[in-house]
Design a protein around this ligand. Structure first.
Ligand code: HT7
Ligand code: ZN
Length: 886
């Protein structure tokens, strides 16, 4: 496979002004007539036109209505004899066919449950017609859809519906058509069409800044009762973008359509967003609080792309974070702004950081490490990563930290003034934010700040304090470093905003002469605090002000003080995690560690009890503090990883907390379980989360003591719960504690929800991700794959079983007999023949194999080598396994 390099960017040799597409939709053979008006780009030397194409059958090519010579070269349609620049625009007509029903890659035009959908980002449009399929070529689209009226009563595309009606003529008796005109120019990746038997929830709104709009959420008949939350989320998104950034909805009609076959979460096609059903459908009987929150943020995310992505798009795919990092930042801010209470905002921030640290930090330290703006790729689909998205969002967040909230809004305004309607770069964005804030630290440090875009790897900040009692002086030394990543050995210092404060005696917040934000630019800095009465406890990187690893040698007493008293909720949580981590790492390092051995001391247990019983703290915050660091996070702290040791230690810690806090968990459960009307707001979902954790802990404790009361209560809760969150938490408690009631509960759950695909996904995922006991999970996973409801072609279902096992269940997956890796290699190869994008995601499960202890390391390498040896692998999977083996 050939790598594409950022430095090789060249402007297109032709522009496409207009595109007139006519589709005759048929699952077996769809006919596409593509009439374009093109002109040469005068800034580029004359050259042939090379149009991208993939899996198309070409029937006809006409230039200005005449036949012309052409050739197919490397999949591209090459036209040499085109009018010269002086002749101006010319018409190009291309007639092709494709086979949507056979499209298992779910890129381009495909069929799902009898309806047609498209997915064009990043390079799917070339599977629909020959085109300059790159984001810097923006055209005006007119689209006509023709199809059977009974099978496809709804025909949708981007923009406004200008005509529709029956099709005349022989053979068209039951056929109809719809013609759509998009008033906005767009790149091909934002094109979409949908055709099928769908129904819509509709809402007319009058926006504060714009006019009247029609919002629609299209789903399959029968799912309409699950669309209210998505619609509410959409309305809230429109209002938020107007209020926070003065960005109005620029369309008369904004549509969301749900499909159950989708490679990712959702897609921001102009005016016609296409969503995975998982991020649309919800009611209290079928969706959990987490589902409700995810829907809110994904609906927001896609809506916010309408400006950050669609109005201003990427010049090339190396700039992907321009739209994705910025839009993740915007959706995170949106979800925080919807929180009524500051504590709920903090909870959201902790959740976001947890994702960054458990998924992005490992990526930044592994074979797929790449800068937020990558320098090269083989397959762009492999670069829709947590680095581009989540780390990209942290980079934008740091900009806001450096210029302030109002300064950032001013920067956004300037960005749109300068670039509306253009395809631009990450540099253009950073420049606009800096230029709007001329006196700011960002403006002063911009070239250095932009290293966040060009250097991969997670920086480490080492902090050491020195106390001079006689002088009343505390000196804090901060040192930054960043380990080499593939292709980047030496790193220059980053600009690192460190939000900080000091806790004094009695753990009260100290007023100091130093600002609350210190901006690191050098490899080392010293910050001196004078006039202190006693040695302070530093609270650093408050709110996680930069995406770095903070090394600091706190004593237990200092961490306990921070956990109990820090005014920054993020660092309060962080102190609890550090206390747990320290104990876990000590036990993991102990070669004599035996399963079930105590890991936790009275001080730690006491501190956890205090948080759990705290009269003022929020339930959601308590749940976060009382959840131990994940096995993946623990593994990241180690140079050599024995996944079974980590699993055993974490399980021992869970069991010990369960038993030591038994009465407190009972109190927490009784206090926080409620039977009132269901609301998915942060406060009530926090209560359910804490009650769920308590129930899981009580069932776990019961496992050790042989008590049957709590498993019985969990089973009862499972049966009579009024919402999916409580029901699923109760079921999970039984499954995680391997109680004998788990089997009948699982059976009953399946029977209750056999017709609800998204709920069945949960049922599969719960079993594939359950804590391993004597290697029981892999046989269960193999059994699940034989279940009548399993379907490898459906990405959600494949993820619910295979990914839940290989990527989210380290204790079950990393087996000494290598059977987990053999299973993984078989599935990667099998999936690659169906859907390379999904296969390549699964291939990443062994990214960190070089850190594994023996015998896991050798076995993992052999599994990777077996996949790599396969002759006809997709570029997607080949890039991932080659980089892993490198
Ligand atoms: N911008 C969207 C990316 C996306 C995608 C990319 C490749 C293959 C399939 C895909 N579906 C959606 C999603 C987003 O970030 O909003
Ligand atoms: Zn996005």
């Amino acid at each position: 496979p050939v790598a594409i390099h950022r430095g090789d960017y060249q402007a297109p040799a032709f522009w496409i002004d207009t595109v007139d597409l006519c589709f005759d939709l048929d699952p077996a053979k769809t006919r596409v007539l593509n009439k374009m008006v093109l002109r040469r780009n005068p800034d580029v030397p004359a050259q042939p036109l090379r149009l991208d194409g993939e899996e198309l059958n070409l029937a006809r090519v006409l230039v200005n209505g005449q036949g012309t010579s052409f050739r197919i070269e490397g999949g591209q349609l090459v036209l040499e004899n085109l009018p010269a620049a002086e002749e101006g625009a010319f018409a190009l007509e291309i007639f092709t066919t494709c086979a949507p029903a056979k499209n298992t890659k779910l890129m381009g035009l495909y069929v799902s449950n009898g309806s047609f959908f498209t997915q064009c980002e990043a390079e799917g449009f070339r599977r629909i017609t020959y085109f300059l399929d790159r984001p810097d070529v923006m055209a005006s689209y007119t689209v006509t859809l023709r199809a059977d009226k009974t099978l496809y009563p709804v025909l949708l595309s981007n923009g406004n519906l200008v005509e529709h009606g029956p099709l005349g003529g022989e053979g068209n008796e039951n056929r109809h058509y719809a013609k759509w005109v998009d008033p906005h120019k767009k790149p091909s990746y934002l094109f979409a069409l949908v055709a099928g038997k769908l129904v819509a929830r509709e809402q007319r709104i009058r926006s504060r800044l714009g006019g009247d709009h029609l919002l629609q959420v299209y789903v399959r008949p029968g799912d309409l009762d699950k669309t209210e939350h998505a619609m509410q989320s959409l309305m809230a998104s429109v209002a938020w973008d107007e209020a926070r950034f003065s960005l109005p909805l620029d369309l008369e009609r904004f549509m969301i359509v749900a499909t159950s076959d989708f490679n990712m979460g959702a897609m921001e096609n102009k005016g016609l967003n296409i969503f995975n059903t998982k991020y649309v459908l919800a009611n209290q009987a079928t969706a959990t609080d987490v589902d409700f929150a995810n829907i809110e943020s994904v609906v927001g995310h896609e809506y916010f792309h309408n400006w950050t992505g669609n109005r201003v798009t990427c010049r090339d795919w190396f700039q992907l974070s321009l739209k994705e990092g910025l839009t993740v930042f915007r959706d995170q801010e949106f979800s925080q702004d919807l929180c009524a209470e500051p504590s709920a905002r903090a909870v959201k921030r902790i959740e976001d950081v947890r994702v960054l640290r458990t998924a992005q930090f490992p990526e930044d330290a592994g074979p797929m490490a790449h800068p937020v703006r990558p320098d090269s790729y083989v397959e762009i689909n492999n670069f829709y990563t947590v680095t581009v998205y989540e780390k990209g969002a942290e980079v934008v967040r740091m900009m806001q930290t450096l210029v302030g909230r109002d300064g950032f809004a001013a920067g956004m305004k300037l960005y749109f003034e300068r670039h509306d309607g253009q395809a631009v770069t990450c540099d253009d964005f950073a420049q606009a934010i800096a230029d709007a804030n001329p006196g700011s630290e960002l403006a002063r440090l911009l070239p250095q700040f932009k290293r966040w875009y060009s250097q991969a790897g997670t920086p480490r900040v080492h902090a050491a304090g020195q106390w001079d009692a006689a002088a009343g002086r505390y000196t804090l030394t901060l040192t930054q470093s960043c380990a080499p990543t593939p292709g980047q050995v030496l790193k220059e210092p980053f600009v690192i905003p460190v939000a900080l404060g000091l806790l004094g005696e009695g753990a009260q917040e100290l007023a100091t002469q130093q600002p609350a934000l210190f901006v690191m630019t050098e490899a080392q800095h010293q910050i001196v605090f004078e006039g202190l009465a006693a040695e302070p406890v530093p609270s650093l990187l408050r709110g996680f002000s930069a995406p770095v690893i903070l090394d600091i040698d706190y004593s237990d007493a200092q961490l306990l003080a921070l956990l109990a008293h820090d005014s920054d909720p993020f660092n309060r949580w962080e102190a609890g995690q550090r206390l747990a981590l320290r104990r876990a790492l000590k036990a993991i390092a102990d070669d004599g560690f035996a399963a079930g051995q105590p890991v936790l001391d009275a001080a730690f247990v006491g501190a956890m009890r205090e948080v759990l019983r705290h009269p003022q703290l929020d339930a959601a915050f308590k749940e976060l503090v009382l959840t131990l660091p994940s096995e993946t996070y623990l593994a990241e702290q180690l140079d050599v990883v024995d996944p079974q040791r980590i699993h055993a230690v974490r399980e021992a810690m869970r069991a010990q907390l369960a038993e030591a806090l038994f009465e407190d968990w009972q109190w927490a459960y009784e206090e926080h379980r409620d039977n009132g009307a269901y609301q998915p707001d942060p406060r009530s979902s926090g209560r359910r989360a804490l009650a769920g954790l308590a129930l899981a802990q009580l069932c776990l404790a019961a496992r050790a003591s042989g008590d049957t009361v709590w498993p019985g209560k969990a089973y009862q809760r499972f049966k009579d719960a009024g919402n999916m969150t409580d029901r699923f938490n109760a079921l999970s408690a039984l499954v995680a504690s391997a109680h004998e009631l788990a089997a009948p509960a699982l059976q009953r759950f399946h029977a209750l929800f056999k017709d609800e695909a998204l709920v069945l996904d949960k049922w599969f995922a719960l079993q594939a991700g359950s804590p391993d006991r004597n290697g029981n999970v892999l046989p269960a996973v193999k059994q699940l794959m034989k279940h009548a409801d399993f379907n490898l072609r459906n990405p959600n279902r494949a993820r619910s079983v295979i990914f839940s096992y290989c990527s989210a269940n380290p204790g079950g997956f990393h087996r000494a007999d290598a059977a987990g890796y053999v299973f993984w290699a078989d599935r990667v190869i099998e999936l690659d023949g169906i859907n390379p994008q999904v296969a390549a995601r699964l291939a990443r499960a062994l990214d960190r194999w070089k850190k594994l202890a023996e015998p896991y390391r050798t076995a993992a390498r052999e599994a990777l080598a077996r996949v790599a040896a396969k002759a006809d692998l997709s570029n997607d999977v080949r890039e991932v396994v080659n980089r892993a083996l490198d």
